[in-house]
Each structure stands twice: as C-alpha cells, then as structure tokens.
Design a protein around this ligand. Structure first.
Ligand SMILES: [Fe+2]
Ligand SMILES: [Fe+2]
Length: 310
C-alpha cells in the first residue's frame, strides 16, 4: 500500500528533513559532555513540579522534590518513546515503495527516538548516582507499548501528537526560563526539544493521513481508544505518583504531619496529570488539530472523559 501525498504536504516532509539534519546532536559530544548531577541540583522547574504550592517545604526538600519529578520525567519519556518509535516504523511501511521523502523523514524520526531513549537511560543512571537509594520507576516500556500498540493507529497517533506538542511547551515555557536548573538537566531537554519540534509536525501529517482512511464508525471506535489510552496514562501516573511520594517522604530531611503528607501526595498526582495530560490540552494546538478530525459530539465525549480525571 502506498500513500499519495499532495505537493504542499511533500514540502512539509522535506522541511522536517532539513530541520532534522540541522538539529542533529550526539549524546556524549553535545549533551552530557562528561558531566554528572550533584545532590544540590534542581531538575524540574516549579512551573511543572508545582513545588510552589508546597510552601512548607525547606529549600533542601524542594530540591529533592524537583529531582524525583525530573527523574520520573526522563523515565516517562524513555517509556513513551518505545511505543512512539514502534508506531513510526510501522506507518513508515506505507512509503517503502512510495514517497521517499516521507520515508526519510520518518526514518530520521525513528532514529532520533532510539537515540532519545538511550539518552534517558543515561540520565536515569546519572540520577541514580546522585540521589538517595530507593527510587523506582514502576513501568516497563515494552509492557506499556504492547497495550498502547493494541489500540487503533489513529488513537496512538493522537496520543503521540499530544505528547510531542507538550514536550515543546514544557521546554520553552518552563525549563528554558528557569535559571536555577541543573545545566545538564536543562541541556538534556534543550537538545531533546530541538529534535522533537519536527516530530510534532510529522505526527500531525501522519494523523491526517490515517484519519482520511477511516470510515465514520471506525473513527468513532478510535475516539473510544483515545479515551482508553488517556485513562491508561492516568493509571501510570497514579501508580508512579504514589511511588514517588513514598520515596520523597522517606528521603526528605523534614518529617511531615499526616496532613502535609496528604498534600504532598495530592500535589504529585496533580503535577503529573498536568505534565502528561492537561498541559498538552490547555497550552498547545492539540484540541484544534483534534477538532479537525472529529465531530462535536465526539469532542464532547473526550472532554467529559478528561474532566472525570479531576
Ligand atoms: Fe524524543
Ligand atoms: Fe519525538
């Protein structure tokens, strides 16, 4: 099967290739450069970690709070990039004997996601060296990918588009402007952002290609798949926020009252839902792109499901 691509779309694939070549970087030579983390380093900015809401945290505990979330942030990206890459390789098959520009853009996309997963494994290892023992990331990338890839391509591309759009907003609005972040942590997400900008363009193109293939009843099922995928993401966030809260409460310097412990647990879940679901919906073009593909009734179904997440 080959896809026929209009000229304007062809130009967008070609531009993505040019941008990808320009951004290209190396994990050691450009990003890590022999650096390590120190226990005093702040990882995730307050705009994403919601640390500003916890006025009772000491400065030292505030740093640990940012580190736990930053470490999880790197691990979550490593996890989602497993299924994103598998889906990109799968959809690239339609261009094997067709448009070679689209194929090259997707092959570069895949190559970059493999490199990003390696980068996030390196960051996890560096965080492990500098942080107190006992942190654990609860989810296996392959297990999650098997569940996600069992859903319709339309819904996986929609979720991927959401993720790759919020990645950019997180960097530009929160990570880049925070002068107190670890320079290494900031560089990881600066270089990641440089290559992700093209991915969001390609997600949007491929989502439209897939959408054009679907009959209305298939699209209706795909909307349900998307709702189930977001619910699955939320399940991951709940489990990880509980694990991260337990780790933080044991490793923090202060001891907290029962009420403060509840506030910390709730803030972590709210921060994770904001980072991985709501920031993409509230602060990117995602709803606009979604609306191009679905009916008002389907849009409301998705909105209702999201508001049930609280
Ligand atoms: Fe990536
Ligand atoms: Fe990406």
């Amino acid at each position: 099967m080959t896809a026929n691509i209009p000229q304007t779309t062809k130009t967008r694939y070609a531009r993505a290739i040019v941008a990808s070549k320009r951004a290209r970087w190396d994990i050691d030579a450009d990003v890590i450069r022999g650096r390590t983390f120190s226990p005093a380093d702040k990882f995730l900015p307050d705009g994403l970690s919601l640390a500003g809401e916890l006025g009772f945290l000491s400065d030292e505990d505030r740093v640990l709070f940012s580190q736990v979330q930053g470490r999880t942030y790197a691990n979550v990206f490593g996890l989602v990039e497993r299924f994103i890459n598998a889906k990109v390789l799968e959809i690239s098959q339609q261009y094997f004997l067709g448009d070679q520009t689209a194929l090259e853009a997707l092959v570069r996309f895949s190559d970059e996601e493999l490199k990003h997963q390696e980068l996030f494994r390196r960051i996890e290892a560096l965080a492990e060296q500098s942080m107190p023992d006992g942190y654990s990331f609860m989810h296996d990338p392959n297990g999650v990918a098997r569940v996600v890839l069992g859903k319709s391509t339309w819904s996986v591309l929609a979720l991927t588009c959401l993720i790759e759009l919020f990645t950019q907003v997180h960097y530009k609005d929160s990570i880049e402007p925070d002068a107190r972040l670890s320079p290494l942590f900031k560089d990881v997400f600066r270089f990641h952002w440089m290559e992700e900008s093209q991915h969001a363009v390609l997600d949007e193109l491929e989502w439209a290609v897939e959408d054009a293939r679907l009959a209305p009843a298939e699209r209706d099922r795909a909307v349900l798949d998307l709702i189930e995928l977001v619910a699955a993401v939320d399940g991951i966030l709940k489990a990880q926020s509980e694990a991260d809260a337990a780790y933080f409460l044991v490793k923090a310097n202060s001891s907290f009252s029962a009420n403060e412990q509840d506030v910390i647990r709730a803030a972590l879940l709210r921060a994770y839902r904001y980072q991985y679901i709501f920031s993409g919906i509230q602060r990117t073009r995602f709803p606009e792109i979604l609306r191009q593909h679905i009916t008002e009734a389907q849009f409301h179904r998705i909105t209702r499901a999201l508001s049930a997440l609280g």
